[in-house]
Design a protein around this ligand. Structure first.
Ligand code: UDP
Length: 239
């Protein structure tokens, strides 16, 4: 089965909003279960999987600070939101009999393992799905940066960013009929064109370590496995 893909270890990044389904806020368990199935079908190929999930479906630091909350406090709330999402994903993966570890950048030993790099690598070698929670553990960062950081630390071959659209477009495809998708694009073009694939610090960290980012649609059933096998449409950010 491994021959269906050349990838051995990857990181899947999804935003918190991907877990909302059609709701305006929070978690939609059937949607979480569907994404867990996508992860399962890739795990069935023997690929080692890291995950980073955002927290925007529950809380974003910038929103809190815009409403008068102290920024760093608001950011810690955002990081805690990612832990809730990680636990929901763990539960959905375990329902599919997939061994999973939630690994938190902020210590909360009763809830999740602390982040210890060598231990996380060992989990991956044992084919456990590792969900990295609480972002980088630092305010003023995003989970995109956390995803790039962990993908580098875990020596992943690429970050797969699952979104609502099947790649990176020159303008918002939801608003413009003539929006065009890039098959490939360089990190520097993403930055200079301000394409909003990921925030600038995440893109720079990926660029400086030659970590490709593959943007694909998570709404497509079987999409994640297809992309790993080189099928379907996506945008590869590299170079
Ligand atoms: N956050 C943070 N440091 C990190 C990662 C996240 O402070 O390393 C906070 C930040 O407030 C952010 C929130 O957690 O707004 C949720 O993460 P993010 O906005 O990246 O979630 P997504 O947009 O992917 O759902």
């Amino acid at each position: 089965l491994q021959s269906e893909t050349t990838y051995k270890r990857v990181l899947l990044k999804i935003s918190g909003e991907a877990l909302m389904g059609d709701q305006a806020y929070g978690l939609h368990p059937p949607t979480v279960a569907r994404i867990a199935q996508e992860v399962q079908s890739v795990r069935d190929l023997g690929v080692e999987i890291c995950m980073v999930i955002g927290g925007g479906n529950i809380f974003r630091g910038l929103q809190g600070s815009a409403q008068g909350m102290e920024r760093t406090t608001a950011d810690y709330m955002g990081m805690l939101a990612t832990v809730m999402n990680a636990l929901a994903m763990q539960s959905a993966l375990e329902a599919l009999s997939i061994h999973t570890r939630v690994i938190s950048a902020i210590r909360m030993d009763e809830v999740a393992e602390p982040y210890i790099r060598r231990r996380a690598v060992r989990h991956l070698e044992k084919k456990r799905v590792c969900i990295f929670a609480a972002g980088t553990g630092n305010p003023y960062f995003t989970t995109d940066t956390a995803a790039t950081l962990r993908a580098n630390e875990m020596a992943c071959e690429a970050i797969f960013k699952g979104t609502k659209v099947d790649g990176v477009y020159d303008k918002d495809p939801a608003k413009f009929d003539d929006a065009e998708r890039y098959d490939t694009i360089s990190y520097d073009d993403v930055l200079t064109k301000r394409l909003g694939v990921m925030d600038a610090s995440a893109i720079a960290l990926a660029r400086d370590n030659n970590l490709p980012i593959i943007v694909f649609s998570l709404d497509e059933p079987g999409g994640f496995r297809g992309i790993l096998a080189g099928r379907g449409t996506y945008t590869k950010v590299y170079g």
